[in-house]
Design a protein around this ligand. Structure first.
Ligand SMILES: O=C(O)CCC(=O)C(=O)O
Ligand SMILES: [Fe+2]
Length: 337
């Protein structure tokens, strides 16, 4: 059997009409729907996020990750407490039970310590731990705002692609979305003997609705599609988008959250990537969308990387998230939760 060429690469979609809200957005939505039904990954162009802003974030992130580890540890995650913010060192995060060969800075919507949700000690809500790199704070906040705004538009496209009103997700889940944002550095550094490391990031699916990722020019991301593992190489000026477990759950499996992983970086240069997770509000109870043709909510847990049945989940999105996060940072769970 031969595989058709379009199954071997991920689609690149010009979302400019969706971002502008012009009549062409229905056609954009149809392309997004096709990608979500096929494998749940697509690139977007024409997204309107300023290239200079992205460049600035890359430059400042390089400056940050080039600092000595003991300097970066001044902003370590343990100091972020329940907000789950801050720096984690190389090998500090476990995906699928094994250390990843990456370091990172965890960020999210900036809420002051006086905010009622922070006062109420709601997990993953709070102030960021911004490293003292001049301009970093402003650039991170501007980038999160720009990409969050894109997330709202893309969710409108996803709603239209399911035959729903454009505002479907905003009305139920994302008028105040949970935004988690990470800066990752995958150093091109050998793994010490005896350490059980295989991947930059091990195979996993994302937890929420939609992930919007900027990756630099190095590459390494790969996606497990029905046609097998395929590369998601860097495409200049694009974002890679993929759907998460909650959209899989809501659509009864019509839009699958697709497993992906990142190869260990051996390029000789650091690789940067910036995933922004556009997710339902922490308190939102995730419900199945009624009446979607072809949605059978099949229990696919035996095929899934985590052996979980997303369709059996009932509850607040925040509880789903905390359960996952505590597995990838087992030692922090004991410290802060
Ligand atoms: O670094 C990448 O390209 C992907 C990262 C990723 O999959 C994640 O953070 O969920
Ligand atoms: Fe991911």
């Amino acid at each position: 059997m031969t595989t058709s060429p379009d199954l071997l690469s991920l689609p690149v979609i010009d979302v400019a009409p969706l971002v502008a809200g012009t009549p062409g957005r229905e056609a954009v939505a149809a392309q997004i729907g096709q990608a979500c039904r096929a494998h749940g990954f697509f690139y977007v162009m024409g997204h309107g996020v300023d290239a200079a802003l992205v460049r600035r974030l890359e430059d400042l992130s390089h400056q940050f990750f080039e600092l000595p580890e003991e300097t970066k540890m001044q902003w370590r995650m343990a100091l972020g407490g329940r907000a789950w913010r801050g720096f984690f060192p190389l090998g500090g995060e476990l995906t699928s039970g094994r250390p990843d060969w990456k370091e990172g800075l965890y960020l999210g919507t900036e809420l002051p310590a006086t905010h009622p949700l922070v006062q109420a000690k709601m997990p993953v809500h709070g102030p960021n731990l911004f490293p003292e790199v001049p301009g970093f704070r402003e650039t991170i906040l501007d980038y999160m705002a720009a990409v969050t705004s894109l997330g709202h538009r893309l969710m409108e496209g996803i709603a239209l692609s399911l035959g729903l009103p454009a505002s479907y997700f905003a009305e139920r889940y994302t008028s105040d979305p949970l935004i988690l944002f990470r800066l990752f550095n995958y150093p091109s550094q050998a793994v010490p003997q005896g350490m059980d490391v295989q991947w930059g990031v091990g195979e996993h699916t994302d937890y929420g609705l939609l992930t919007i990722l900027h990756q630099d020019h190095i590459g390494g991301l790969a996606v497990n599609t029905p046609a097998g593992w395929i590369d998601a190489p860097p495409i200049k000026g694009s974002f890679v988008c993929n759907i998460g477990d909650m959209l899989d759950r809501m659509t009864g499996g019509l839009y699958k959250s697709t497993p992906h992983r990142v190869k260990r970086n051996t390029s000789g240069h650091d690789r940067l990537s910036f995933p922004l997770f556009f997710d339902p509000n922490f308190e939102a109870r995730v419900q199945r969308i009624e009446g979607l043709a072809g949605a059978d909510a099949r229990d696919d847990s035996t095929e899934r990387w985590d052996r979980a049945n997303v369709h059996a989940f009932n509850g607040r999105y925040g509880d789903y998230l905390l359960d996952k996060v505590s597995k990838v940072f087992p030692q922090l769970r004991a410290e802060v939760l």
